[in-house]
Design a protein around this ligand. Structure first.
Ligand SMILES: [Zn+2]
Length: 206
C-alpha cells in the first residue's frame, strides 16, 4: 500500500486529510471517478455497481471451503489485484489482507480458522515493491500518542528490507502453534511495475 504519500489524480485534484502532519490521498482515479453519480459518494457508486453485479449473478452453488485449499496473505495495496495476478477464480482461496501483508495475531486468527474449519493447507504470503510501510517507523505510534493521548496497542510493523520482512512473516506462520499445516508456506514480493512475483528464500530452519 502507499501510506501517506501525497498523490494527485489525473485531474490534479488533491484530497487530503491531516494525520499528524502527513498527507494521504482519498481520491479515486479519473474514469472510475467519472462514474460516481453526481452528488453521490464513492460508496454510492459501489452500491450501484453491486446492483448491476447482482443482476448478472447466478448462485455458483459453492460451499465456503476454498477450492484450491490455499490462503493468500497480502498487503492491502490498491495496485495488487490478487485474483488477476494469481489466476484465481471465485471460490478458489481465502484472501487475508492488511497494511503490509504482515502476519499479525489477527492474521494468525484468520489462518487458524481457514485451516482448521475450512480446510486450507497452503499459505502464500505476498508483499510488494514500493510499500508504504517502508516509509514509516515505529515512531508513528509515538506521534499518534502525542496527537490523541493514547498509544495504540498494535505495532506499526514498519520495515526497511522487504525480503527480510517476507522471511519474518513466513517464520511467524511456520512457528505458530495454532496452525496444522506449516509445510507449504511460500513468500513473494510482487513488483508493482512489472506485475511479476519474485519468490523469497525461506528463513533457515532452526
Ligand atoms: Zn503495501
Amino acid at each position: 500500500m502507499t501510506l501517506f504519500t501525497p498523490s494527485h489524480n489525473a485531474t490534479g485534484e488533491h484530497v487530503t486529510s491531516n494525520v499528524i502532519g502527513m498527507t494521504t490521498s482519498a481520491s479515486v482515479p479519473t474514469g472510475s471517478e467519472a462514474a460516481i453519480p453526481s452528488g453521490g459518494t464513492v460508496t454510492d457508486r459501489l452500491v450501484e455497481a453491486n446492483r448491476q453485479y447482482a443482476a448478472a449473478f447466478s448462485d455458483p452453488g459453492m460451499d465456503a471451503h476454498p477450492v484450491l485449499h490455499v490462503a493468500v496473505v497480502a498487503c492491502m495495496d490498491a495496485r495488487l489485484d490478487l485474483h488477476d495476478a494469481l489466476g484465481l477464480e471465485l471460490g478458489d482461496c481465502h484472501t487475508i489482507r492488511n497494511a503490509g501483508g504482515v502476519v499479525t495475531d489477527d492474521v494468525i486468527r484468520s489462518l487458524t480458522i481457514s485451516q482448521r474449519a475450512l480446510g486450507t493447507r497452503s499459505v502464500v504470503l505476498i508483499h510488494h515493491t514500493g510499500c508504504g510501510l517502508e516509509t514509516l517507523t515505529e515512531e508513528f505510534r509515538h506521534d499518534l500518542e502525542m496527537e490523541v493521548g493514547q498509544r495504540p496497542a498494535w505495532a506499526v510493523e514498519a520495515f526497511r528490507d522487504v525480503d527480510q520482512d517476507v522471511r519474518q512473516s513466513m517464520q511467524r506462520v511456520r512457528t505458530s502453534p495454532f496452525l496444522v499445516h506449516t509445510d507449504d508456506v511460500r513468500g513473494f514480493v510482487f513488483d508493482v511495475k512489472t506485475g511479476l512475483l519474485r519468490e523469497i528464500d525461506p528463513p533457515e530452519q532452526s
